[in-house]
Design a protein around this ligand. Sequence first.
Ligand code: EPU
Length: 435
Amino acid sequence: MTQSIKITGGVPLKGEVRVSGAKNAATKELVACLLTSEKVTLMNVPDIGDVSVTIDMLRGLGVSIEREGDRVTVDASTLTSPEVTEAFSRKNRIPILLFGPLLSRFGTAIIPALGGCKIGARPVDFHLTALQQMGTDIVCEDGVYRASIEGGRLHGAVIELAYPSVGATENVMLAAVLAKGTTMIRNAAIEPEIKDLAMLLQSMGAIIQLDVNQTWIIEGVESLHGATHRVIPDRIEAASFAVASVLTKGDVLIRGAVQDHMISFLNALRRIGGDFEMTSEGIRVFRVGEIKPSTVETDVYPGFATDWQQPFLILLTQADGVSIVHETVYESRFGYTDALNAMGANITIHTNCLGAKACRFSYRNHPHSAVVVGPTPLKAAKIEIPDLRAGFSYLVAALIAKGTSTITGVDLINRGYERIVEKLKGLGAEIEEVQ
Ligand code: EPU
């Protein structure tokens, strides 16, 4: 097991790297496979910690899963248990998505509390309220949710989300495909990973469509069947490599990166002095001139994703002037900046909304805006990773820091990035794993 990663900064990244399948699509799609007793095959499934945890969790429910390279075949005809054991509590955000499949298959579901990165309170009230609207009776005792269906089958409902939550949208979708009647999800999330989930469900026999104004409409069917589906490339990983290329004055072809999924990111990159070229194989990213300061506001899709914020902020530490990052998705996602300041960055965190618009965290004392003053040379450090996306941003910071950095807590990066050390090494980075 890797104990730490050592990186010596100063090498421009050059060459090609292939983006893996998207973590936030693959994990949900594994859950969707439980909606049928027929086999479902997923291709381009990344070999990462969150996928392994999800596979183990589904196996714990009796599901048979075979993995061959990036192809995973799920046979949920052997699903025997409606109870996700405590062993999977607080490991990631996936267990709560099992409500729909387990309720549809057994009429009951027992699911432990959630985990995932510590980047805010991350409540699940939208999920629970929506499932209740669809006829689920849910109680929470000692950190365990016990759910059952009033009347034998979930029923369709008009769900109006208070915020376009990714997880809540997926949860309702997974419950609605086999529910009686039609479900409408208004103010829903429409991230590419959710569209990918919808496409898998459609391939499995669901009737599901994206309507105008961020609305999903799902007409429940009696049963779903087997399918084969290819998971979309990971736009968060793609953006992370793009940042690393621009930051190190490199030139990297990011194979498999999809322009359509990254429009906001690519605009932001161009504004600060990065550039790119679309090729038939992916996106080639490089630097033109010095990095310019900018203002970035995270948002739900199609806005600038909150998971792009951390690597992008490292770029801003090298911009000549004052930049602002307004985080509007999570109320507390700047904890990782202390370590960057210790490396020489000049980042201050503020509770005011410092973006173009006031967000829902306005006047609530959440540390959700960052002012970055640059350019600041970074020096190597020993850093402990606090969460997945911050983890990649530390790797990126170390790539330009003077000296050799040691980064611990690597398991958190392995949760979401496949063969990251090998990929960076392939681009010429001076990086090694310490066992
Ligand atoms: N929220 C509520 N109540 C709810 C659900 C969400 O208040 O019931 C709030 C959250 O607290 C947060 C906001 O709504 O402030 C957005 O949360 P959302 O539900 O959209 O996030 P999620 O489904 O828990 C997924 C990704 C995150 C990504 C977000 C936003 C997965 C497993 N996780 O989380 O990815 O940042 O959507 O795009 O899909 C990551 O990959 O590192 C990661 C954190």
